[in-house]
Write a protein that binds this ligand. Structure first.
Ligand code: DMJ
Length: 454
C-alpha cells in the first residue's frame, strides 16, 4: 500500500516521527571516547566496592557487602585476574599497588584442593600476562611455582588431567571431567614453558589436549563428560556451551600462538564437524545447538551466554560470514529481555536458565568483529550491551550478577571475570587502537592477552 494513500492521523504521525528520530539517533556516530571513559568510571565503581569490602580476598559479594574465598583461604583471585585490566585502562597507581600487594602476599603453599582449570585460566593466565606487561620477575616466579604445583593433575593413566589438586601435597581427585577442563590449559602452560625454558609444561598440557581430541567420535565431535582414568565418555551431548566451549577455542588459539601444526589440524577437523552437526538454521538465522556426539542427532535447540564466545573464534579462524551471522543471533538473544540468559531456546525464543553472572563472551565477540570489519554496527551493538549492563547490574557500590534476566532480580555475586574480561572487552572495543595491538596478542579464555615473545 502506498504511503500517500494512507490517511495518517495526528497520533500515527507522531509515532512515525518518534520512530524515525530514534532510528536516526541509533545511526548517529558513536562517541567512542565518551564510551571508553564511561567504561573506565564504571570499572572504578566496581573496583572500589571490591576494595572497600573484600580487599585481599577472592571475590566481593556485592549485595551483602562481604567477601567470598573459594577455598576458605584467599588466592587473591580478583587482584590477579584484574591486574592487566588495571594496566590497560591506564590506572597506573592502582596497578602498581595491586602488583605490589600480589607479589608480597600471594602464596600457593596452601593445603587446599583447587580446580585446575579455574586456577590455570584466572591465576596462571593473569600472572603471565601481567608479567609480560610489567617485566616484574616476581610475577613470573609466582607463575612457575603455581605451574609446578598444578602439574600432578596430569598423572592419570590417560594423561587427561584430574579436576583438582592439593597445592601442598600434590594429591589429585576428580576423575570425571570435561573437554573444557582437559583442553583449556595449553596457552597458559605453553607460555610458562616458553618463558621458563621448561618443556614439561608444554608437553603435559599439549598431551591433555591431544588425548581429548583422540577420543572424538567417528563423526568428529566430543562429548560433555569424560573419565580421566578410563578415557570413556560419561555424557555424549556435544555443543559449544559449558564444559566444552574453550576446548575448541584453544585448538585454534594454540595453533596461532605456538605455530603448532597439530593444533591447526585438530581445529580444522573439529570445525568441520561443528559446522555440520551443531550449526542450525532457524528462520534464516544461524545458531549452534546440541547434538549427540555419536549420531549427530539434534538433542536440544539451546544456545546461551557462554556460547556467545563463538563468533569471536569464527572470526579469528577467518570465517567472518558465519561469525557475523551468529553475532546477529546472539544480539537477538540479548535483546529478547534486555540482557542475555545463561540458556536460551532459539527455536521457541524462550529463556531456559535465567541467570546472568556478568559474563563477557558476547562483548568479546563484538570486540573481535569490530576489529575485523571496522563496521560501526558493532560499536552500536556494544553500546547497547553496555547501557543495559549498567542499567541492570550496577549496585550502589559495585556490580552484581542477575538471578533472572526476565525479572532482573540481582544475585549476591561479582566474579573476578567481571574485571578480567567484561570490563576489559568493553574498554578495548571503544578505546583508541594503540591501547593494545589486537594482531600481536592471543587472549586466553579469561581475556589475559599473551604476546608471542619466543
Ligand atoms: C570465564 O572464567 C572464562 O571466560 C571461561 O572460559 C568461561 N567462563 C567465564 C566467563 O563467563
Amino acid at each position: 500500500m502506498k504511503l500517500s494513500k494512507l490517511k495518517i492521523s495526528t497520533s500515527l504521525f507522531l509515532v512515525l516521527a518518534v520512530v524515525s528520530t530514534s532510528f536516526a539517533q541509533s545511526r548517529s556516530k558513536i562517541d567512542k571516547k565518551q564510551l571508553a571513559s564511561r567504561v573506565k568510571s564504571e570499572f572504578l565503581h566496581a573496583w572500589n566496592g571490591y576494595k572497600k569490602y573484600a580487599w585481599g580476598h577472592d571475590d566481593l559479594k556485592p549485595l551483602s557487602k562481604t567477601y567470598k574465598d573459594w577455598y576458605g583461604q584467599t588466592l587473591l583471585m580478583t587482584p590477579v585476574d584484574s591486574l592487566d585490566t588495571l594496566i590497560l585502562l591506564g590506572f597506573k597507581d592502582e596497578a602498581d599497588a595491586t602488583r605490589k600487594y600480589i607479589t608480597e602476599n600471594l602464596s600457593f603453599d596452601k593445603d587446599i584442593y583447587v580446580q585446575n582449570f579455574e586456577i590455570t585460566i584466572r591465576l596462571l593466565g593473569g600472572l603471565l600476562s601481567s608479567y609480560q606487561m610489567t617485566g616484574d620477575v616476581k610475577l613470573l616466579n609466582l607463575a612457575e611455582d603455581l605451574g609446578a604445583r598444578l602439574l600432578p593433575v596430569f598423572d592419570s593413566p590417560t594423561g587427561l588431567p584430574y579436576k583438582s589438586v592439593n597445592l601442598k601435597t600434590g594429591k589429585t581427585r576428580g576423575e570425571i571431567t570435561n573437554p573444557a577442563e582437559t583442553g583449556t590449559l595449553l596457552i597458559e602452560f605453553g607460555t610458562l614453558s616458553k618463558l621458563t625454558n621448561k618443556p614439561v609444561f608444554y608437553e603435559k598440557a599439549k598431551r591433555a589436549l591431544v588425548e581429548t581430541y583422540n577420543r572424538r567420535s567417528s563423526i568428529g565431535l566430543v562429548g560433555t563428560n569424560i573419565n580421566v582414568e578410563t578415557g570413556k565418555w560419561t555424557n555424549t551431548d556435544s555443543h559449544l556451551s559449558a564444559e566444552i566451549d574453550s576446548y575448541y577455542e584453544y585448538l585454534l588459539k594454540c595453533a596461532i600462538l605456538f605455530d603448532d601444526a597439530d593444533c591447526r589440524k585438530m581445529w580444522q577437523e573439529s570445525i568441520r564437524a561443528i559446522n555440520k552437526y551443531n550449526a542450525d538454521e532457524v528462520r534464516g538465522e544461524l545458531w549452534y545447538g546440541h547434538a549427540d556426539m555419536n549420531t549427530g542427532k539434534r538433542t536440544a535447540t539451546t544456545f546461551g551466554a557462554l556460547d556467545a564466545f563463538f563468533p569471536a573464534v569464527l572470526a579469528l579462524s577467518g570465517d567472518l560470514d558465519r561469525a557475523q551471522r551468529l553475532q546477529d543471533s546472539a544480539y537477538k538473544m540479548w535483546t529478547a529481555h534486555g540482557i542475555e540468559p545463561e540458556e536460551f531456546d532459539y527455536q521457541t525464543m524462550r529463556v531456559g536458565a535465567p541467570a546472568y553472572p556478568l559474563r563477557p563472551e558476547i562483548v568479546e565477540s563484538t570486540y573481535y568483529l569490530y576489529q575485523y570489519t571496522n563496521d560501526e554496527k558493532y560499536l552500536r551493538m556494544g553500546a547497547r550491551f553496555f547501557n543495559d549492563f549498567v542499567k541492570y547490574c550496577r549496585t550502589d557500590e559495585a556490580y552484581a550478577g542477575l538471578k533472572n534476566v526476565v525479572t532482573k532480580e540481582k544475585s549476591d555475586s561479582m566474579q573476578s571475570f567481571l574485571f578480567a574480561e567484561t570490563f576489559k572487552y568493553y574498554y578495548l572495543l571503544f578505546a583508541a587502537p594503540k591501547t593494545l595491538d589486537f594482531k600481536r596478542v592471543v587472549f586466553n579464555t579469561e581475556a589475559h592477552p599473551i604476546k608471542k615473545t619466543w
